[in-house]
Write a protein that binds this ligand. Structure first.
Ligand SMILES: Cc1ncc(COP(=O)(O)O)c(C=O)c1O
Length: 410
């Protein structure tokens, strides 16, 4: 006899159902770090692959060399090859791997084999929009690196080419680690790469936030512009399941990176996730250019509508953004409206509009739902009324949200 579910199991089922309804159907998600996963990729996430191992690594057992520790893996190798080949095509790279389990682990996948302890990094500090993980107490502490600031004090934490080149010349790093959590504008990458390469430094580009835009041929093309390795999360502007991708044109670097993934950075690579990422890569090969273009057009249109209606944003003179992100001008918001970014986000959450508490607004998921640039004034109006004026717009948001029943670009 099958025992009946416990109270906690029933509660868990209710919570998951409630979450799915709330986040999948009843809010507009404007979190810049998230996206909606396509239905086919979701099916693969829930497939039998979810519980399986395969470890395609040569190892010796009792004097016999085997190329995989497991049996039952006849389909996984082909799934991985499909994923990696699609990633290489989409990122215009000679080599790519979809094995890293996240953006953070994709960074470690490059750093661990390429940079020994005591290496010196140059990275944008968190107070200028850099990723917290690259601050001294985190990845550098873990791997024994020192890190010095790459200046990003232009509009929207953008990097000025002369200041970047001067910092590279002064600091003489072993690697320049590009990529930011607050990421509005492309880097002057050729200048940075030339200065870094002149001094024998590697250029590593963390495209976590902009990976879907890079895939779609907008924002910038890191490998073509001089980065040695590009990597990032597969679930921010890239609309896949949570995971990581790494790509490079350098045979010598990939020969160091690929064999070092297993047993240094992780063990099993989660093959249901890789199947989901493969599906997303293949979908983007068909529709990724239009998706990426629309994400950025939506962001710029939402930027002008918000800014014009009293929600101050940074980089107005530069057209607000060339990515999927917009940044609240937190100082002006507080000065002119007496409101912090966190308080604004909490008010909006009550009205079914999600932005983060650190002042970023993103258009990737709204674009996947099918919102177009001419609908951005309507979205901005709801944000202004719900956030600035504290009006009860939740019912209007819900009614509008319900008209988007399926994902575009999927
Ligand atoms: C620039 C950057 N790199 C890496 C990460 C970590 O990504 P993940 O959550 O996929 O590990 C983030 C997370 O927000 C990020 O902003």
């Amino acid at each position: 006899m099958t025992p009946s579910p416990s109270d906690d199991e029933r509660r868990l089922a209710r919570l998951v159902r409630a979450h799915d309804r709330w986040r999948g159907r009843e809010v507009f998600n404007l979190l810049a770090s998230e996206n909606a996963v396509s239905p086919t990729a979701r099916r693969y996430l829930a497939s039998d692959l979810a519980g399986r191992y395969t470890l395609p690594m040569a190892t010796t057992v009792d004097g016999e060399t085997i190329d995989n520790s497991y049996t039952g893996t006849r389909y996984t190798d082909e799934i991985e090859a499909l994923a990696n080949d699609a990633a290489a095509r989409l990122f215009r790279a000679r080599h790519a791997t979809t094995r890293p389990l996240s953006g953070h682990l994709a960074a470690l996948s490059a750093l661990v084999p390429l940079l020994p302890p005591k290496s010196r990094l140059l990275a944008v500090p968190p107070e200028h929009g850099g990723y917290d993980g690259y601050a001294p107490g985190f990845v550098p502490a873990l791997l024994g690196y020192s890190v010095r600031p790459l200046p990003a004090d232009g509009p929207g934490h953008s990097v000025d080419p002369a200041a970047a080149v001067a910092a590279i010349r002064a600091e003489r790093p072993d690697a320049v680690l590009l990529g930011q959590s607050f990421f509005l504008f492309p880097y002057p990458l050729r200048e940075i790469a030339d200065a870094a390469h002149e001094r024998g430094a590697l250029v590593l580009y963390d495209a976590s936030h902009v990976l879907g835009l890079v895939a779609g041929g907008v924002f910038q093309d890191p490998l073509a512009e001089g980065a040695d390795v590009v990597f990032g999360s597969t679930h921010k502007s890239f609309p896949g399941p949570q995971g990581g991708i790494l790509a490079t044109n350098r045979d010598d670097l990939f020969a160091q990176i690929d064999p070092a993934l297993v047993w240094r950075v992780f063990d099993n690579a989660h093959w249901n996730r890789i199947a989901g990422v493969a599906q997303t890569l293949l979908e983007l090969e068909r529709v990724g250019a239009e998706y990426a273009r629309t994400v950025v057009e939506n962001a710029r249109a939402l930027g002008s509508a918000l800014h014009g209606s009293g929600i101050p944003l940074v980089a107005a003179e530069q057209g607000f953004t060339r990515s999927h992100q917009l940044h609240l001008d937190r100082a002006r918001l507080r000065r002119e409206r007496g409101l912090g970014a966190g308080a604004l986000a909490r008010r909006l959450e009550r009205q079914r509009l999600l932005i983060d508490l650190v002042g970023r607004v993103g258009t990737a998921e709204a674009t996947r739902l099918g919102l177009r640039p001419d609908e951005m004034p309507r979205l901005a109006d709801l944000i202004v009324r719900g956030g600035l004026l504290n009006e009860r717009v939740g019912p209007d948001v819900l009614a509008w949200r319900r008209t988007y029943r399926s994902l575009r670009f999927a």
